[in-house]
Design a protein around this ligand. Structure first.
Ligand SMILES: [Zn+2]
Length: 239
Protein backbone atom coordinates (compact mmCIF):
# COMPACT_ATOMS: atom_id res chain seq x y z
CA UNK A 1 0.00 0.00 0.00
CA UNK A 2 1.42 3.40 -0.90
CA UNK A 3 0.20 6.76 0.26
CA UNK A 4 0.73 10.10 -1.45
CA UNK A 5 -0.55 13.61 -0.86
CA UNK A 6 -1.84 15.66 -3.79
CA UNK A 7 -2.82 19.30 -3.88
CA UNK A 8 -6.17 19.41 -5.63
CA UNK A 9 -8.35 22.50 -5.88
CA UNK A 10 -6.39 24.14 -3.07
CA UNK A 11 -6.71 21.32 -0.57
CA UNK A 12 -4.44 18.47 0.49
CA UNK A 13 -5.78 15.09 -0.48
CA UNK A 14 -4.33 11.91 0.92
CA UNK A 15 -4.36 9.14 -1.68
CA UNK A 16 -4.07 5.49 -0.80
CA UNK A 17 -3.85 2.92 -3.57
CA UNK A 18 -5.59 -0.32 -2.83
CA UNK A 19 -6.80 -3.42 -4.58
CA UNK A 20 -10.36 -2.13 -4.96
CA UNK A 21 -12.71 -1.64 -7.89
CA UNK A 22 -14.04 1.85 -7.27
CA UNK A 23 -12.59 5.09 -6.01
CA UNK A 24 -13.83 6.15 -2.60
CA UNK A 25 -13.63 9.68 -1.22
CA UNK A 26 -13.91 10.34 2.52
CA UNK A 27 -14.01 13.64 4.43
CA UNK A 28 -13.39 13.35 8.15
CA UNK A 29 -13.86 15.43 11.29
CA UNK A 30 -12.68 17.44 13.08
CA UNK A 31 -11.03 19.54 10.38
CA UNK A 32 -12.32 17.90 7.21
CA UNK A 33 -9.28 15.87 6.21
CA UNK A 34 -9.78 14.32 2.77
CA UNK A 35 -8.68 10.78 2.18
CA UNK A 36 -9.13 8.90 -1.07
CA UNK A 37 -8.89 5.16 -1.61
CA UNK A 38 -8.15 4.57 -5.28
CA UNK A 39 -7.86 1.36 -7.31
CA UNK A 40 -4.17 0.50 -7.68
CA UNK A 41 -4.22 0.82 -11.47
CA UNK A 42 -5.84 4.29 -11.49
CA UNK A 43 -3.58 7.11 -12.70
CA UNK A 44 -3.09 10.50 -11.08
CA UNK A 45 -5.02 12.41 -13.76
CA UNK A 46 -8.09 10.21 -13.43
CA UNK A 47 -7.95 10.51 -9.62
CA UNK A 48 -7.58 14.29 -9.85
CA UNK A 49 -10.60 14.52 -12.13
CA UNK A 50 -12.73 12.29 -9.91
CA UNK A 51 -11.92 14.47 -6.90
CA UNK A 52 -12.62 17.72 -8.75
CA UNK A 53 -16.11 16.54 -9.65
CA UNK A 54 -16.77 15.95 -5.95
CA UNK A 55 -15.22 19.24 -4.86
CA UNK A 56 -18.43 21.06 -3.92
CA UNK A 57 -19.43 18.13 -1.72
CA UNK A 58 -15.98 18.16 -0.06
CA UNK A 59 -16.09 21.92 0.57
CA UNK A 60 -19.57 21.67 2.00
CA UNK A 61 -18.53 18.83 4.29
CA UNK A 62 -15.46 20.76 5.47
CA UNK A 63 -17.51 23.87 6.24
CA UNK A 64 -19.90 21.71 8.20
CA UNK A 65 -17.06 20.36 10.37
CA UNK A 66 -15.62 23.83 10.93
CA UNK A 67 -18.98 25.12 12.09
CA UNK A 68 -19.38 22.11 14.36
CA UNK A 69 -16.00 22.85 15.93
CA UNK A 70 -16.95 26.45 16.52
CA UNK A 71 -20.16 25.63 18.27
CA UNK A 72 -19.21 25.55 21.90
CA UNK A 73 -21.12 23.29 24.28
CA UNK A 74 -24.10 24.91 25.96
CA UNK A 75 -23.75 25.81 29.62
CA UNK A 76 -27.40 26.72 30.17
CA UNK A 77 -26.76 30.15 31.64
CA UNK A 78 -28.55 33.44 31.04
CA UNK A 79 -27.50 35.24 27.88
CA UNK A 80 -26.76 32.10 25.92
CA UNK A 81 -28.32 31.69 22.50
CA UNK A 82 -30.50 28.66 21.86
CA UNK A 83 -32.26 27.72 18.65
CA UNK A 84 -35.91 26.90 18.24
CA UNK A 85 -37.42 26.20 14.81
CA UNK A 86 -34.55 28.01 13.16
CA UNK A 87 -34.84 31.15 15.27
CA UNK A 88 -32.25 32.25 17.79
CA UNK A 89 -33.59 32.85 21.26
CA UNK A 90 -31.86 34.41 24.22
CA UNK A 91 -31.95 32.18 27.27
CA UNK A 92 -32.84 33.54 30.67
CA UNK A 93 -32.34 31.15 33.56
CA UNK A 94 -34.27 31.96 36.72
CA UNK A 95 -34.25 30.05 39.99
CA UNK A 96 -37.58 29.61 41.70
CA UNK A 97 -39.11 27.98 44.80
CA UNK A 98 -40.63 25.02 42.99
CA UNK A 99 -39.06 21.58 42.69
CA UNK A 100 -39.91 21.31 39.01
CA UNK A 101 -38.85 23.24 35.92
CA UNK A 102 -40.66 25.25 33.31
CA UNK A 103 -39.53 26.55 29.94
CA UNK A 104 -41.60 29.21 28.25
CA UNK A 105 -41.16 31.42 25.27
CA UNK A 106 -41.54 34.99 26.50
CA UNK A 107 -41.40 36.84 23.20
CA UNK A 108 -40.14 36.28 19.69
CA UNK A 109 -36.56 36.06 20.90
CA UNK A 110 -36.56 35.20 24.61
CA UNK A 111 -36.75 31.85 26.36
CA UNK A 112 -37.37 31.75 30.10
CA UNK A 113 -36.07 28.67 31.92
CA UNK A 114 -37.33 28.47 35.50
CA UNK A 115 -35.43 25.93 37.60
CA UNK A 116 -35.13 24.79 41.24
CA UNK A 117 -32.27 26.56 43.05
CA UNK A 118 -28.90 24.81 42.69
CA UNK A 119 -29.77 22.78 39.60
CA UNK A 120 -26.78 21.41 37.66
CA UNK A 121 -26.17 22.22 33.98
CA UNK A 122 -26.45 18.51 33.21
CA UNK A 123 -29.97 18.48 34.62
CA UNK A 124 -30.92 21.62 32.71
CA UNK A 125 -29.67 19.95 29.56
CA UNK A 126 -31.94 16.97 30.14
CA UNK A 127 -34.94 19.21 30.81
CA UNK A 128 -34.21 21.28 27.72
CA UNK A 129 -34.07 18.16 25.57
CA UNK A 130 -37.34 16.93 27.05
CA UNK A 131 -38.93 20.26 26.27
CA UNK A 132 -37.52 20.36 22.73
CA UNK A 133 -38.96 16.91 22.18
CA UNK A 134 -42.40 18.09 23.30
CA UNK A 135 -42.42 21.21 21.09
CA UNK A 136 -41.20 19.16 18.16
CA UNK A 137 -43.96 16.62 18.77
CA UNK A 138 -46.52 19.41 18.85
CA UNK A 139 -45.36 20.66 15.45
CA UNK A 140 -44.65 17.31 13.81
CA UNK A 141 -47.76 15.38 14.90
CA UNK A 142 -50.21 17.10 12.53
CA UNK A 143 -47.55 17.25 9.80
CA UNK A 144 -47.00 13.49 9.87
CA UNK A 145 -50.77 12.99 9.64
CA UNK A 146 -51.06 15.54 6.82
CA UNK A 147 -48.23 14.14 4.70
CA UNK A 148 -49.05 10.47 5.31
CA UNK A 149 -52.62 11.12 4.21
CA UNK A 150 -51.52 13.08 1.14
CA UNK A 151 -48.94 10.50 0.15
CA UNK A 152 -51.25 7.58 0.78
CA UNK A 153 -48.95 5.82 3.25
CA UNK A 154 -49.67 4.53 6.74
CA UNK A 155 -46.82 4.49 9.25
CA UNK A 156 -47.61 2.02 12.04
CA UNK A 157 -45.77 4.16 14.55
CA UNK A 158 -43.70 7.35 14.61
CA UNK A 159 -41.64 8.96 17.32
CA UNK A 160 -38.87 11.35 18.30
CA UNK A 161 -35.50 10.39 19.69
CA UNK A 162 -31.94 11.68 19.80
CA UNK A 163 -29.80 10.45 16.93
CA UNK A 164 -26.13 11.19 16.42
CA UNK A 165 -25.77 11.15 12.66
CA UNK A 166 -29.21 11.23 11.06
CA UNK A 167 -32.13 13.64 10.96
CA UNK A 168 -34.62 10.85 10.61
CA UNK A 169 -34.96 7.16 9.97
CA UNK A 170 -37.52 4.73 8.66
CA UNK A 171 -37.95 1.01 8.93
CA UNK A 172 -40.14 0.22 5.91
CA UNK A 173 -40.74 -3.39 7.00
CA UNK A 174 -42.10 -2.39 10.38
CA UNK A 175 -43.60 0.83 9.04
CA UNK A 176 -41.92 2.93 11.74
CA UNK A 177 -40.56 6.45 11.39
CA UNK A 178 -38.22 8.32 13.75
CA UNK A 179 -37.34 12.00 13.85
CA UNK A 180 -34.21 13.39 15.51
CA UNK A 181 -34.93 15.52 18.63
CA UNK A 182 -32.48 18.12 17.25
CA UNK A 183 -34.97 18.96 14.51
CA UNK A 184 -36.77 21.15 17.06
CA UNK A 185 -33.97 23.65 16.44
CA UNK A 186 -34.46 23.69 12.67
CA UNK A 187 -36.89 25.66 10.49
CA UNK A 188 -40.34 24.08 10.15
CA UNK A 189 -39.95 23.66 6.37
CA UNK A 190 -36.88 21.46 6.87
CA UNK A 191 -38.76 19.33 9.43
CA UNK A 192 -41.41 18.77 6.76
CA UNK A 193 -38.69 17.67 4.37
CA UNK A 194 -37.49 15.01 6.83
CA UNK A 195 -41.07 13.84 7.41
CA UNK A 196 -41.71 13.56 3.66
CA UNK A 197 -38.36 11.83 3.10
CA UNK A 198 -38.96 9.19 5.76
CA UNK A 199 -42.57 8.60 4.71
CA UNK A 200 -41.40 8.22 1.09
CA UNK A 201 -39.38 5.23 2.29
CA UNK A 202 -42.71 3.51 2.90
CA UNK A 203 -43.18 3.78 -0.88
CA UNK A 204 -39.60 2.77 -1.67
CA UNK A 205 -36.99 1.71 0.90
CA UNK A 206 -34.12 2.86 -1.33
CA UNK A 207 -33.18 6.26 -2.69
CA UNK A 208 -34.13 5.10 -6.16
CA UNK A 209 -36.09 6.71 -9.00
CA UNK A 210 -39.41 5.71 -7.49
CA UNK A 211 -38.41 7.40 -4.25
CA UNK A 212 -37.20 10.57 -6.02
CA UNK A 213 -40.46 10.75 -7.98
CA UNK A 214 -42.43 10.83 -4.74
CA UNK A 215 -40.25 13.65 -3.38
CA UNK A 216 -40.45 15.63 -6.63
CA UNK A 217 -44.22 15.33 -6.62
CA UNK A 218 -44.86 16.12 -2.97
CA UNK A 219 -42.12 18.63 -2.20
CA UNK A 220 -40.53 19.98 -5.41
CA UNK A 221 -38.08 22.13 -3.42
CA UNK A 222 -36.78 19.14 -1.43
CA UNK A 223 -33.22 19.46 -2.75
CA UNK A 224 -32.72 22.96 -1.40
CA UNK A 225 -34.37 21.98 1.89
CA UNK A 226 -31.98 19.06 2.20
CA UNK A 227 -29.03 21.34 1.54
CA UNK A 228 -30.27 23.84 4.11
CA UNK A 229 -30.53 21.10 6.71
CA UNK A 230 -27.20 19.43 5.96
CA UNK A 231 -25.36 22.73 5.95
CA UNK A 232 -26.62 23.47 9.43
CA UNK A 233 -24.75 21.49 12.02
CA UNK A 234 -25.84 18.50 13.99
CA UNK A 235 -25.09 20.16 17.30
CA UNK A 236 -22.35 18.90 19.57
CA UNK A 237 -24.83 18.48 22.35
CA UNK A 238 -27.02 15.73 20.99
CA UNK A 239 -27.35 13.31 23.87
ZN1 LIG B 1 -33.49 8.05 3.15
Amino acid sequence: MNTEVLQIGGIDVEIVHKKIKNLHIGCYPPEGRVRVAAPSHMGTDAIRLAILTKMSWIKRKQNQFIRQERQSPRRFVSGETHSLFGRHLRLEVQEWEKKTYRISRQSADRLLFSVPAGSEAQQLHLWMNRWLKSVLREYAEPRVVFWADRMGVKPTKWGIRPMKTKWGSCNPEKGTVWLNTELAKKPERTIDYVVVHELAHLVSPKHDEKFIRVLDRELPEWRSLRRELNDSQLAAWVD
